[in-house]
Write a protein of this length. Structure first.
Length: 82
C-alpha cells in the first residue's frame, strides 16, 4: 500500500442514541467526541440514528403491507374497468 493516501483505521465506538446501545469496532470514521469505554480506555464516538438494535427489520417489529388487500379495496372503491 502507498503511504499517506489511506485514512487512519482504528477503534471507534458507535452509539445508537435511540436504543441506548453502543459497540466498539474498528473503522476509518473519525470524531471529535470521545467516550470512556468499559475497558477504561478513551475512544472516539460516532452517534448513529439507527442500528441493528433499533431497526424494525432486525427487531421483528417491521410492518408487512397487505398489497393484495389494498388492490381489492381500490377495485371496490373505483370499480374494475373491463
Amino acid at each position: 500500500m502507498r503511504e499517506g493516501i489511506h485514512p487512519d483505521y482504528g477503534p471507534v465506538v458507535f452509539r445508537d442514541r435511540a436504543a441506548n446501545y453502543a459497540f466498539l469496532t474498528r473503522s476509518t470514521m473519525a470524531s471529535e467526541k470521545t467516550i470512556e469505554w468499559e475497558d477504561g480506555n478513551t475512544y472516539p464516538v460516532v452517534d448513529v440514528e439507527i442500528s441493528d438494535v433499533s431497526h424494525p427489520f432486525y427487531t421483528g417489529t417491521a410492518r408487512v403491507l397487505d398489497t393484495a388487500g389494498r388492490v381489492e379495496r381500490f377495485e371496490r372503491r373505483y370499480g374494475k374497468k373491463g
